[in-house]
Design a protein around this ligand. Structure first.
Ligand code: ATP
Ligand code: MG
Ligand code: FE
Length: 340
């Protein structure tokens, strides 16, 4: 089995190969520079750029000899920007027809959830996952592939969105998460006492829009010197991380998995990883995460999800599907690979 994975849900065009021996190649083109002037992703520009980049990326990952070995194509069916998703799904469906192989649409967040399985130190099932990305903030109980229960989620902004908005207010570029994290290293995380939203009440839901307002007020009231901006960045990051760590410890106390996965773009944040690792040492759970490059959007996680769902590939021509909104909890485990 050799699965070609295609990702085009937002502003990264990516292609990868995953086979029985593991990851066999991956390539990615980020549209960050394209959208930077607009301070956010412009959907129409995203779709057009996916069209430009996707075929060259496929050629980079597999030459014609390698393409002949592909046994199935997995593409991101959703959630995401519908126009962007349509590019990946149409290319997957067309290539599937020309190669005579089946095509499967996979869930982008399932890709993020399973991404730590790309690493040598992969977690066993079941595990608990903190999924923190540009559009999602979720705590998920992962029983196995396709068996997901949402334990908690953000009732307003996603963590990545909060990072990006705070960064924008501080005049940092887009996407602001990495830039804010870098600035935070120069600041004092105790300088400002920002709220740790929803940590005092029970439960595992999150809220980050109040924190964003607190940052805005602090910026308005401050003298605007670089050091004060660094202090605000550090204090904001500290408040976010404290909040995430409190909820993760609570989730790990409630569940007996003993394994916490952190995935999604914000999972690339080193300070978050360090703090969760320390909490795990104190509380007795192990922390797992994908390499930094596989925290943000990539096709390796999509090819992997396709390979794990190889029992779901159906012969015949598949319609190209794009599902902009799609709940993780509607997924079901894959069909067995061999008849049982
Ligand atoms: P979703 O997966 O929910 O559809 P997305 O695909 O846009 O959203 P990802 O690519 O997984 O999200 O992650 C991008 C987000 O991660 C951005 O908000 C970005 O600012 C944030 N991010 C990336 N690196 C860091 C970092 N080191 N610290 C904090 N945030 C980061
Ligand atoms: Mg992105
Ligand atoms: Fe993503």
């Amino acid at each position: 089995t050799l699965i070609l994975g295609i990702e085009s849900s937002c502003d990264e065009t990516a292609v990868a190969l995953y086979g029985d021996d593991g990851l066999a190649g991956h390539a990615l083109h980020s549209q960050v520079a394209l959208h930077a002037d607009y301070g956010g992703v412009v959907p129409e520009l995203a779709s057009r750029d996916h069209i430009r980049k996707i075929t060259p990326l496929i050629e980079t990952v597999c030459d014609s000899a390698r393409r002949a070995e592909i046994t199935g194509i997995a593409y991101t069916r959703g959630p995401g920007l519908v126009g962007a998703l349509l590019v990946g799904s149409a290319v997957a469906s067309g290539l599937g027809m020309s190669l005579g192989v089946p095509v499967l649409g996979v869930h982008h967040m399932e890709g993020h959830l399973l991404s730590p399985l790309l690493e040598d130190a992969a977690p066993a099932f079941p595990y608990t996952a903190l999924l923190v990305s540009g559009g999602h903030t979720l705590l998920v109980a992962v029983e196995g592939v396709g068996a997901y229960r949402v334990l908690g989620k953000s009732i307003d902004d996603a963590v990545g969105e909060a990072f990006d908005k705070a960064a924008k207010m501080l005049g940092l570029g887009y996407p602001g998460g990495p830039a804010l994290a870098a600035l935070a290293e120069q600041g004092d995380p105790g300088a400002y006492d920002f709220p740790r939203p929803m940590t005092k009440r029970p439960g595992l839901d999150f809220s980050f829009s109040g924190l964003k307002t607190a940052v805005m007020l602090a910026i308005k009231a401050c003298d605007g010197t670089p050091q004060v901006h660094a202090d605000i960045a550090a204090s904001f990051q500290q408040a976010v991380i404290d909040t995430l760590v409190i909820k993760c410890r609570r989730a790990m106390r409630d569940s007996a998995t003993g394994r916490l996965v952190v995935a999604g773009g914000v999972g690339a944040n080193q300070a978050l990883r360090d703090r969760l690792g320390a909490a795990g040492t104190t509380d007795g759970f192990a922390l797992y995460y994908p390499r930094q490059a596989f925290c943000t959007d990539n096709a390796a996680m999509i090819a992997l999800a396709g390979w794990l769902r190889r029992g779901d590939f159906m012969p015949g021509i598949a319609a190209a599907q794009a599902t902009a909104r799609w709940s993780l909890e509607t997924l079901v485990p894959p069909r067995p690979t061999k008849p049982v």
